[in-house]
Write a protein that binds this ligand. Structure first.
Ligand code: UGA
Length: 440
């Protein structure tokens, strides 16, 4: 099928490259011309494992190209995907300006029978709006314009893997033509056994917000539990293992730590809360989930303070700056929230990240960024693990101890075994685990 993907970010680019792999003819367009010119040269605008290879393969096989001439691309498209950003407004509502703008942008060029697929995460009711905008712009096509909701569940850092092995493909549509088109698009995945769930449009839209909010809730549950475990002398990881053995609960997303961040959970949780409230339901639980998430940063600051007493004149090494491993995305990263708090209290912070150093520096110029873990640790009074990159598992512990001014570790992701840390002579603070003095 001839497909155009509007928006070449974390959602649009993996989507375009995956569809090209399924033998569709895909053109990626974006209002950012520079980004498109870069993609034409093979420059991927962000770090996502495996994506550069996939894009290169699609381009080499002639299935994937990028164009600055959106009009020409859209004219011949059978399917147009909208994958533009839906950031949060000050109020917490989803800002749908880019969605509307892209709809108005494509409308004049749509041809008869086209299906517009909305992949961006949006509040329930947005497809209805989109349909109105498209139909008003193109009265000649009117009833023939079909809007389909196909929320994505890709995780940053695993987007390529998730694209080829999705745990579900969700399609919300109003007509058999919409469902049929989506079945054709995803045929290789469906043939391979991927679960296809077909619903009405509002259900599909809402299910995406409901899923992200529930995952955030699980993490916040683990973080609240961590606080109680610390007080009770229990180990939150072991508690999570016990809970997770029950298939009704599941082990995933019960890892306590510095909390959730990134581009999706924070804005989606707020947008879902705002949507519920505008519809007439006060979903207070969602605000509590957010409050517990903020508390996770407070708890980490408290541990650093407990370890170092006054934070003025102290240098703190932050390991990991991205909001999670395997991405260079620092948007609403808990690591940067922690850095801001420590700096506000008078500490100097030095961070290291395998991929996100440059992004972190441009987001937070007063954060020093080191070129390696050991450069970050050199002379620091304390090391805080903020993001669980695999690289940190193999840190040379004797060398780290030698470099640090004080051998103190605040493990914000429970990466290390407290007993091993103690054996190496570190003062170890985990999350939801007894502190070093009580371990053993
Ligand atoms: C999330 C969802 O997982 C995807 O299904 C969804 O498609 C995506 O949002 C989206 O809406 O676009 P992502 O933002 O990439 O994906 O991140 P997650 O892997 O869900 O992690 C979110 C945050 O929770 C990270 O900061 C992570 O460190 C934190 N987390 C996760 C924990 O603190 N503990 C856990 O046990 C799991």
């Amino acid at each position: 099928m001839r497909v155009v993907v509007v928006g070449t970010g974390h959602v649009g680019l993996p989507t375009a490259a995956t569809l090209a792999e399924f033998e569709h003819d895909v053109i990626g367009v974006d209002e950012d011309e520079e980004k498109i010119r870069g993609l034409q040269r093979g420059a991927i605008p962000f770090f996502e494992p495996g994506l550069a290879e996939l894009v290169e393969r699609g381009a080499r096989r002639g299935r994937l190209r990028f164009s600055v001439d959106a009009a020409e691309a859209i004219q011949s498209a059978e399917v147009v995907f909208l994958c533009v950003g839906t950031p949060a407004r000050e109020s917490g509502d989803a800002n749908l300006v880019a969605v509307e703008r892209s709809a108005r942008g494509i409308a004049p060029h749509l041809s008869l029978g086209v299906i517009v697929v909305k992949k961006s995460t949006v509040p329930a009711g947005t497809a209805q709006r989109l349909r109105q905008v498209l139909r008003m712009s193109r009265p000649d096509l009117a009833e023939d314009i079909e809007v389909v909701s196909n929320p994505e569940f890709l995780r940053e850092g695993q987007a390529v893997e998730d694209s080829f092995h999705p745990d579900r493909i969700l399609v919300g549509a109003r007509s058999e033509r919409g469902f049929e088109t989506m079945r054709r698009l995803y045929e290789p995945l469906i043939r391979g056994g991927a679960k296809l769930i077909e619903t009405d449009i509002e259900t599909a839209e809402l299910a995406k917000h409901a899923s992200n909010a529930f995952l955030a809730l699980k993490v916040s549950y683990a973080n609240a539990l961590a606080r109680v475990c610390e007080l009770a002398g229990a180990d939150v990881t072991a508690v999570a293992d016990v809970m997770g053995s029950d298939p009704r609960i599941g082990r995933a997303f019960l890892d306590a730590g510095l909390g959730w961040g990134g581009y999706c959970f924070p804005k989606d949780l707020q947008a879902f809360d705002r949507l519920s409230s505008r519809l007439g339901y006060d979903f207070g639980l969602l605000r509590e989930v957010e409050r517990i998430n903020d508390e996770a940063i407070d708890a980490a600051v408290e541990k650093v303070r407990d370890a170092l007493w006054n934070l003025e004149d102290k240098r703190i090494a932050l390991l990991g700056l991205s909001f999670k491993p395997r991405t260079d995305d620092v948007r609403l990263s808990p690591a940067l929230s922690l850095a801001r708090r420590l700096i506000a209290e008078g500490a100097a912070t030095v961070g290291y990240d395998p991929e996100a150093g440059a992004n972190a520096k441009s987001e937070m110029p007063d954060l020093e960024v080191a070129p390696s873990v050991y450069d970050a640790l050199d002379g620091a009074h304390c090391m805080v693990v903020c993001t669980d990159w695999d690289e940190f598992r193999s840190i040379d512990l004797p060398r780290a101890k030698e470099l640090l001014a004080h051998p103190i570790i605040v493990d914000g992701r429970n990466m290390f075994d407290p007993h091993v840390m103690r054996a190496h002579g570190f003062v170890y603070y985990g999350t939801g685990r007894a502190a070093l003095s009580e371990v053993g």
